[in-house]
Design a protein around this ligand. Structure first.
Ligand SMILES: Nc1nc2c(ncn2[C@@H]2O[C@H](COP(=O)(O)OP(=O)(O)OP(=O)(O)O)[C@@H](O)[C@H]2O)c(=O)[nH]1
Length: 771
């Protein structure tokens, strides 16, 4: 059940918006330019640095796989990981998520996770896999599927070299699958795909494969064919070498491999083999030549083509099985070794602070100066645990390293490899690996070096918060409350806390109601803080649809020095701006950015005062004139004005710009924008009418309905404000059997009557404050 915690109401990945709604900073610009790069360019750079790697480096790196496991909620990531740990010998027994034994899966170690049966924080674990006598070391990150915890997924993807994408055989590609796919593309993460739950009624792996092709726009082909279906699901036929694999023994640990293919599958294996080769021919020249020459490619050729195309992110091989039934996991581990890259096959960059933040390539050589990224913090039994990915050089126990942001030197007192909440001490960790250390004061996303270079890794992508709540901790727990929020903010940049001076309230904001609820619950459990919480509030935005010019003089003469500033120009919706004029990089982003330009001739306003004007503009963008929300998509140009030799000051220009902006804004068809969510609901087919009725009542717009054997899914757009309390409404309409996910889609203007109401409420509050 997806929404196991009271009301999962709103959420947002807000991926697109981060580029749009923030003013771009340098690191983000750098970051965006590093994404979705053509693999050929990367390859050329990697070929250069590979010459620097010693034979020892290459040997040790070729055995490392840093792998994430990503999927839509409840697709079975935790169940899958539990099997991986079992087969790699890290755990002695399999415990299921919400299992009857009351132990819970290994990776879901927070109490809250075990109770709710969902993964909240990702846990890193280290294991070894023996493939054909060759030992591979894997760092596995179990990433949460709930959209509310997207930052965890983003962080995990940032430090991983490859991923296993899990897709449910019954539900196929779901809304979150699309989200994680987008994230993988953003971070250039190659993936193998595993179609799970083949034991469930209505399992259809071919539909899932075709959806990966059509919905994710990623060339995909099965490399296995299932033997039996649903309860009769027994194993798979490997398409490449035409061998059958059965998973036997009480935990599927005994693999029986035979050349015999069940008679009824022979034809389908050949058909699917043809499809695999044709799909590869589109992405690999070798295979294309074989197809043209009408010769059958060899097993080695096929495997090599899959490896190259997967690493180049042009293809994903698809495997299938059932994690719960202990079938099909070992071949996925083999595929991870065969088809996903080792750290030397992935390009990673940093910015060189000494050289004007020029991008530099990190070489995963033990000989290079050490550079590491702290990608996750966790409060453990022994203090703060910091997860690090070492990008180059090596990190030794007892070594000093530099925290680049503060310049402080810190000692690595203890170095461990993590296995969920347990750990294994290590003396030395090499480039390409993931480890953890204790007692280091930093935030996630910070860079560490050995002091020989001054590099910083790219900033991690932090989505904008879409929902906020006021919290009132009981007075006796105020000290614990600040301890808790300090830690949560360090761990999770999408969780923000601020004190609203006007309302005298502490406001927490984040990616969804569930996200905030989890933190309220953690405060109670881990810090003994009881909080009274207010109603969730939507993060509205303000914008304009038209334009207006301004001519504003700010003049005050109250004895002593006066104040004088005159600004003239115009304000218009950014979508009306000329892309060249504002130097927009991406045309579609224009309407979401704020631009400030000056076109003053003859020095009528000095540079210093123009800077003050810009500050006035930025103040207004932070707190819009309508309801005090952030402003989006406004272009302000100051092209004339006047200065007084004595009375002009920076404050006067800042104030003048503020008033000029407000006046012009109100004359330019101002609108309040609200977040529109992409909502996907899945429920048993008998509740279809009730669910459609519910969505209509919330004024949602239904885009698509998809009927499967016994359940249906419905995709709709709905305003976030109408979605508060949706989880309980859905539960009531579907006898608790419906599930839903939602993610931020776009901002749209609210209806005029709502806008009027919001403005009136805001004015009322403002008046009360002044009393
Ligand atoms: N029938 C069947 N059920 C499965 C299979 N794998 C997992 N499940 C069940 O699906 C549910 C969700 O599994 P999890 O492993 O918690 O999924 P998850 O993707 O980690 O979930 P989140 O952490 O909440 O995103 C559990 O009830 C599992 O028992 C499978 O292969 N077949």
């Amino acid at each position: 059940m997806t929404t196991s915690i009271s009301s999962l109401v709103c959420a947002s990945e807000a991926a697109a918006m981060t580029f749009k709604s923030h003013t771009l900073n340098r690191s983000r610009l750098f970051h965006t330019s590093a994404i979705c790069k053509d693999y050929e360019e990367e390859k050329a750079e990697m070929d250069i640095f590979s010459k620097e790697l010693t034979a020892e480096d290459t040997e040790s790196l070729s055995n490392i796989r840093n792998i994430g496991i990503s999927a839509h909620i409840d697709s079975g990531k935790t169940t899958f990981t539990e099997r991986v740990l079992y087969y790699t010998g890290r755990i002695k027994a399999i415990h299921d998520v919400r299992g009857r034994d009351g132990v819970g899966a290994k990776m879901d170690h927070m109490d809250l996770e075990r109770e709710k049966g969902i993964t909240i924080q990702s846990a890193a674990t280290y294991c070894s896999w023996d493939k054909d006598g060759h030992q591979y070391n894997m760092n596995l990150i179990d990433t949460p599927g709930h959209i509310d915890f997207t930052i965890e997924v983003e962080r995990a993807l940032r430090v991983l070299d490859g991923a296993v994408l899990i897709v449910c055989a019954v539900s196929g590609v779901q809304s979150q699958t699309v989200t994680v796919d987008r994230q993988m593309k953003r971070y250039n993460v190659p993936r193998v795909t595993f179609i799970n739950k083949m034991d469930r009624m209505g399992a259809d792996p071919w539909r899932a494969v075709s959806q990966i092709n059509s919905k994710l726009h990623m060339a995909a082909a099965a490399i296995q064919v299932p033997i039996g279906a649903e309860k009769e699901f027994k194993g798979v036929v490997n398409i490449i070498d035409r061998q059958s694999v059965y998973f036997e023994g009480s935990q599927g640990e005994k693999l029986r491999v035979t050349k015999e293919i069940p008679e009824d599958l022979k034809q389908i294996v050949e058909e699917k083999r043809k499809i695999l080769i044709e799909t590869l021919a589109d992405v690999d020249d070798d295979i294309a030549e074989c197809v043209i020459d009408e010769v059958e490619p060899t097993i080695e050729q096929i495997k090599s083509a899959i490896r190259h195309a997967t690493i180049a992110r042009r293809f994903t091989p698809v495997l299938m099985g059932s994690a719960l039934a202990n079938k099909g996991i070992q071949p996925v581990l083999n595929a991870v070794c065969d088809y996903l890259p080792d750290p030397s096959e992935v390009l990673n960059k940093a910015l060189d602070i000494e050289h004007d933040e020029a991008p530099v390539t990190l070489v995963p050589s033990a000989e290079r100066p050490m550079v590491a990224l702290a990608f996750k913090l966790e409060e453990g039994k022994y203090g703060q645990l910091t997860y690090l990915r070492i990008y180059q050089g090596k990190l030794r126990k007892g070594q000093m390293m530099t925290h680049v942001k503060s310049g402080k030197r810190v000692k690595v007192a203890r170095l461990v490899r993590m296995h969920s909440e347990e750990m294994e001490d290590a003396d030395e960790i090499n480039a390409g690996e993931i480890c953890a250390t204790f007692g280091i004061d930093c935030a996630s996303g910070d860079t560490f070096t050995d002091g020989n270079v001054n590099y910083t890794m790219t900033s991690m992508f932090v989505p904008d918060a879409v929902v906020s709540l006021s919290v009132h901790p009981a007075s006796e727990s105020a000290a614990n409350f600040s301890k808790a929020v300090n830690r949560f903010q360090k761990e999770d940049p999408t969780f923000r806390v601020h004190y609203d001076k006007d309302s005298k309230e502490t406001i927490i904001s984040g990616m969804g109601e569930l996200h905030l609820e989890i933190y309220i619950e953690r405060m109670r459990r881990e810090y003994n803080v009881e909080c009274k919480v207010g109603r969730p509030r939507v993060a509205y935005r303000e914008s304009i649809m038209g334009s207006a010019s301004f001519d504003y003089t700010h003049k005050k003469q109250t004895g002593g020095a006066g104040q004088y500033a005159k600004v003239m120009g115009d304000l218009k919706a950014s979508s009306l701006a000329d892309p060249e004029d504002v130097g927009a990089k991406l045309e579609e982003d224009i309407k979401f950015r704020n631009y400030f330009q000056t076109k003053i001739v003859g020095g009528k306003i000095s540079e210093k005062f123009l800077m003050a004007c810009q500050k006035g503009f930025e103040d207004c963008c932070e707190k819009g004139p309508l309801v005090g929300s952030k402003v989006l998509g406004v272009d302000m140009t100051i092209d004339d004005g006047a200065t007084h030799p004595v009375d002009s000051s920076e404050l006067a220009f800042r104030t003048a710009t503020h008033y000029a902006f407000t006046q012009a804004f109100l004359q330019s068809q101002p609108v309040i924008l609200e977040p529109i969510m992409d909502v996907v609901i899945t429920a048993p087919i008998e509740f279809q009418g009730a669910v459609i009725g519910l969505v209509n009542k919330l004024q949602g717009i239904i885009h698509d309905t998809d009927n499967h054997a016994d359940e249906f899914s419905l995709t709709s757009d709905c305003s976030l404000s109408n979605l508060f309390g949706f989880a309980s409404k859905l539960r009531a309409s579907t006898q608790g059997k419906g599930e839903f996910t939602m993610e931020f889609k776009e901002y749209q203007p609210v209806l005029p009557n709502i806008q009027k109401q919001l403005i009136e409420e805001h004015e009322k509050k403002e008046k009360e404050k002044q009393k």
